[in-house]
Design a protein around this ligand. Structure first.
Ligand code: ADP
Ligand code: MG
Length: 253
């Protein structure tokens, strides 16, 4: 080993070049919560890189830190230590206002319990992120195209409460895609759906991935996790396994 200055230079450049293709780049991220007099380490020194165009499933027992990880990637939550870089943006020192704007334009988020606005119609729910981001040109036509793409073109004028769970999740996916995000984050998107509707939602997510969206999805469903290209297993706030599915590897880019 002879690491002279002239030899380390290209290595450093190469690692920077690689880093530029990373959609998600976490470096030694820790997140702790106070629970009474105890401290819970929800994320324990996690480093993780996810490349553009990948489809990553995160699995692990309840309480292992999966949602905390997603919330830190989307800027909903902040790390106590470590560096968080997503889509080339350093999230560490951004104000909540700037984070919200950044998130609205760059990240689509799908939740287990849909979280549609109950007093807005489905179409209005899909248009809302466009309004918040100021991307309003042709917004109604775009909402209708998105609702058609998730196969509920006829439900735009209904309230969320008039839809089945599977239909609500498809509406929530349409909303997540409102501003054409480079990154889709889904936290147990099928967790509240029956098998048939879960598979339908999974097929929509897979289609988005094949069309170029980077997908990061938490699931407790082993069968569904096997459909991702890469599967990361968490335990006690750490990554304990990182598996790339060789059968799906060719779709990575
Ligand atoms: P998972 O999504 O894998 O079930 P979480 O990321 O939600 O796990 O939680 C990881 C750990 O952090 C758990 O012990 C949980 O109780 C704790 N935790 C998560 N959010 C909070 C919070 N807002 N306040 C206190 N503890 C929290
Ligand atoms: Mg969770």
């Amino acid at each position: 080993m002879n690491l002279t200055g002239t030899e380390t230079q290209p290595t450093q450049q190469a690692s920077e070049a690689r880093a530029s293709n990373a959609v998600i780049d976490l470096d030694s991220v820790t997140r702790r919560y106070a629970a009474g007099r105890r401290v819970i380490t929800a994320l324990d020194n996690v480093s993780l890189r996810i490349d553009a165009g990948d489809f990553v499933a995160i699995v692990g027992a309840s309480g292992s830190g999966k949602s905390t990880l997603l919330n830190i990637v989307s800027g909903i939550d902040a790390a106590d230590a470590g560096r968080v870089r997503v889509l080339g943006t350093d999230l560490n020192d951004m104000s909540e206002d700037r984070l919200a704007t950044w998130r609205g334009r760059n990240v689509g988020i799908v939740f287990q319990f849909f979280q549609l606005m109950p007093t807005l119609t489905v179409r209005e729910n899909v248009v809302l992120p466009m309004d918040l981001a100021g991307l309003t040109e042709g917004k109604w036509a775009r909402a209708d195209r998105l609702l058609a793409s998730v196969e509920i073109p006829h439900l735009g004028n209904n309230l969320p409460s008039e839809l089945s769970g599977g239909e609500q999740q498809r509406a929530a996916i349409a909303r997540a895609l409102a501003n054409d995000p480079a990154l889709l984050i889904a936290d147990e998107p099928t967790g509240n759906l029956d098998t048939v509707n879960g598979l339908l939602v999974m097929e929509i997510i897979e289609r988005l991935w094949r069309n170029g969206t980077t997908v990061l999805m938490v699931t407790h469903d082993v069968q569904l996790s096997l459909r991702a290209r890469r599967r990361i297993t968490m335990r006690d706030g750490r990554i304990i396994e990182d598996f790339t599915n060789p059968k799906l590897d060719e779709h990575a880019r």
